[in-house]
Design a protein around this ligand. Structure first.
Ligand code: PHE
Length: 322
């Protein structure tokens, strides 16, 4: 009788845990199957002392009936649940439609394009995989020039590089077109930089180039000032600092003040005569200015972002804010 009680307890303990059809089948095999524990117990009847045999037999019959009845109910429950799961629950609230948004850098690039477009600039494009000639040589940066170390890059092969700046687009446009030229060229650039809060091995620039018969540094300052006011509002200030680039002379860098801080935005300067010579434009007749604005910098200043890496990590918690 103890044996019967044990089987019963074991069955109910296991039945308690059943919640899918596989577990249900397991339970059936273990207790009610052809080699199950109940069937096994029946086989023991012949070994039981004759005087208690009838009682044992009756107990077993009772057990079998009880387990079968319980099993039947359990089976209905489990199958019912499975059916419920398949049927759609029309009372559930709908799934919200996830509306994405443009990447903050694309938004800023669009704003920059719109502003310069309204100033009469054309929008140009150039390859991200460049030749040494366009990226360096034609911009008055010969092979041994120390400025190369500052902009060391990822080489595809000896003469093919990932462009380190958008300035090669200046050359490509001047080769194709005669002045007057008034263009910008936004795009991605690459440098061999270790990522930190202000450096990334790739980032974004907008090149600007204006060439004409009497273009001056004052024009450059005026356009940048006008740009800063359109982008950041009329409280924004611009300051120019002397700098050096092999392809401009004189050269400068400018910072924009907005939201309580100065941010270095761009290099700039008057197009170097050697650059004009490399594209067959007469430097005695024409002058021009150029700038290479950091799109990521503009976005960091405008949105008060302190770490450039946030733009490239694709964390939706960050991206959703724009
Ligand atoms: N190409 C320069 C840079 O990436 C920026 C620049 C562009 C400077 C045009 C002067 C004129 O640092």
């Amino acid at each position: 009788m103890e044996k019967i009680e044990k089987i019963k307890q074991a069955y109910f303990r296991l039945a308690e845990e059943v919640n899918n059809s596989e577990q249900l089948e397991q339970l059936r095999i273990e207790f009610l199957g052809r080699k199950g524990r109940v069937t096994e117990a029946f086989a023991m009847i012949k070994d039981v002392a004759p005087d208690i045999r009838p009682k044992f037999g009756a107990g077993l019959n009772q057990l079998k009936k009880e387990l079968e009845q319980h099993f039947k109910k359990l089976k209905e429950e489990v199958e019912g649940q499975a059916a419920d799961q398949k049927a759609p629950d029309v009372t559930m609230p709908g799934r919200p439609v996830f509306a994405g948004n443009r990447h903050p850098l694309l938004k800023i690039a669009d704003e920059i394009k719109n502003i310069f477009h309204s100033f009469g600039f054309t929008i140009e494009d150039g390859p991200e995989i460049e030749t040494d000639y366009y990226n360096f040589e034609a911009l008055n940066i010969p092979k041994s020039h120390p400025a190369r170390a500052m902009q060391d890059t990822l080489y595809i092969s000896g003469d093919v590089v990932l462009r380190t700046h958008t300035s090669p687009v200046q050359i490509r446009v001047m080769e194709e077109r005669k002045p007057p030229i008034r263009m910008i060229a936004p795009g991605r650039v690459y440098r061999r930089d270790t990522p930190d809060a202000t450096h990334s091995p790739f980032f974004h620039q907008v090149e600007g180039l204006v060439v004409g018969e009497s273009v001056t540094f004052a024009d450059l300052k005026g356009v940048i000032q006008a740009f800063a006011h359109r982008m950041f509002g009329k409280d924004a200030r611009v300051r120019f600092r002397p700098s050096f680039f092999p392809f401009t002379e004189p050269s400068a860098e400018y910072d924009v003040w907005f939201n309580g801080r100065w941010m270095e935005i761009s290099g700039a300067g008057m197009v170097h005569p050697n650059v004009f010579r490399s594209v067959g434009i007469d430097p005695e007749k024409y002058s021009g200015y150029a700038f290479g604005m950091g799109i990521d910098r503009v976005a960091m200043l405008k949105y008060d972002i302190r770490d450039i890496r946030l733009f490239f990590e694709n964390d939706v918690r960050f991206l959703r804010q724009f």
